[in-house]
Design a protein around this ligand. Structure first.
Ligand SMILES: Nc1ncnc2c1ncn2[C@@H]1O[C@H](COP(=O)(O)OP(=O)(O)OP(=O)(O)O)[C@@H](O)[C@H]1O
Ligand SMILES: [Mg+2]
Length: 271
C-alpha cells in the first residue's frame, strides 16, 4: 500500500507541529440516493497549501461546500482554530475568515474590477435620505490598492470592466476578492483549469504568496503539475472518502495517481 490512512479522530499535524487552522473530521453527506461523502477528514495549517485531489465525482467540490457553509454535513465535525463550528451559511464561514473562489468565479461582467472586489460589501453614503446609496469608488480603490500591492497582484486599472479581462485576470480578481477581507483560509476550486501557461504561473505564484503571508490554502486541482508545484500536502479523495494524505516532498506522482485510481489497493487484493 502506498497511501497513508488519515486518522479520523485526531488532527494530523504539519511537519513543524503547529495546530491546524481547519480540521475536518469524518464528514458525510448524502444527496438523495447519492452518498457523496462517506468519511472525509483533512487538516489545513496556517501558511500551508493543501491540494485536494481525486477523480471526477470523488467529492472534492462537495467537501469545499461543507467548509464554505453552502451545504451542511449529515455527520462528522469541522473545527476552526481548534473550536467546533457549525457552518450553517456562507455568511457564517466568511465571518470566521473562510473565503472560497468557485470554478465559475461568480464575477459581474458589467461591473468594473473595484466593484467586483467589493461585491456585496460596497461602501455607501447617503446623499439624500430615501435615495439609493452610492458606492464610494475612490474610497474602495484606496482600500484595495495597498492590499493588492502587498500581495504582488497585478491588474489593469481598477476601473476596467471585468467583461474585458482575460481568464487569468478574472481568476486574479476572484482570488484578490477572497483575500482582500483578511481571510484566514482561502479555498479554490480548480483555479487554473481554464488558464494558459503564463496565467497559470501567475495564479500559482499568487497562491504561494498567500501562503507566505500565513493564509491557509485549500486548492482543488486535476492538474498534477500545478499540485506538485505549489502544494505542501496532497489529500486524496476516492468515492467520497479520504484515502491518502501525502507530504508533497516525500511522495511521487505515481503514488498520488495510485491513490486517486485505487490501483494500489487493487494490486494488493490481487496479490
Ligand atoms: N446537489 C447535489 N445533488 C445530488 N448529487 C450531488 C450534488 N452535489 C454533488 N452530487 C454528487 O456527489 C458526488 C460528488 O460530487 P462533487 O461535485 O463533490 O465531485 P468532485 O470531486 O468535485 O468532481 P469533479 O472533479 O468532477 O468536479 C457526485 O456523485 C455528484 O453527482
Ligand atoms: Mg468539482
Amino acid at each position: 500500500m502506498t497511501d497513508v490512512q488519515v486518522p479520523e479522530d485526531q488532527p494530523v499535524t504539519a511537519g513543524d507541529g503547529t495546530a491546524p487552522l481547519l480540521s475536518v473530521r469524518a464528514i458525510r453527506k448524502r444527496f438523495g440516493a447519492v452518498q457523496a461523502l462517506q468519511g472525509v477528514s483533512l487538516d489545513v495549517h496556517p501558511g500551508e497549501v493543501v491540494a485536494l485531489v481525486g477523480d471526477n465525482g470523488a467529492g472534492k467540490s462537495t467537501t469545499i461546500k461543507m467548509i464554505s457553509g453552502v451545504e451542511t454535513p449529515d455527520d462528522g465535525e469541522i473545527f476552526f482554530e481548534g473550536q467546533p463550528v457549525h457552518l450553517t451559511s456562507p455568511a457564517v464561514a466568511e465571518r470566521l475568515g473562510i473565503q472560497t473562489v468557485y470554478q465559475d468565479l461568480a464575477l459581474c461582467d458589467n461591473l468594473d474590477i473595484v466593484s467586483n472586489l467589493f461585491l456585496g460589501r460596497e461602501l455607501h453614503r447617503t446623499l439624500i435620505p430615501g435615495l439609493p446609496k452610492l458606492m464610494r469608488k475612490s474610497e474602495m480603490e484606496k482600500r484595495a490598492i495597498p492590499v493588492l500591492k502587498e500581495l504582488g497582484i497585478n491588474l489593469p486599472p481598477l476601473s476596467t470592466l471585468v467583461a474585458s479581462l482575460s481568464g487569468g485576470q478574472r481568476q486574479t480578481v476572484a482570488v484578490a476578492r477572497a483575500v482582500l477581507w483578511g481571510s484566514k483560509l482561502v479555498m479554490l476550486d480548480e483555479p487554473t483549469a481554464a488558464l494558459g501557461v503564463t496565467q497559470t504561473k501567475a495564479v500559482l505564484e499568487l497562491i504561494e504568496r498567500l501562503a507566505g503571508n500565513g493564509v491557509a490554502v485549500l486548492m482543488i486541482s486535476h492538474n498534477m503539475t500545478d499540485v506538485f508545484q505549489v502544494a505542501d500536502r496532497i489529500v486524496v479523495l476516492r468515492l467520497g472518502r479520504t484515502v491518502a494524505n501525502f507530504v508533497k516532498c516525500e511522495t511521487s506522482l505515481d503514488q498520488v495517481v495510485a491513490a486517486i485510481t485505487g490501483s494500489a489497493e487493487e494490486v494488493a487484493i490481487q496479490e
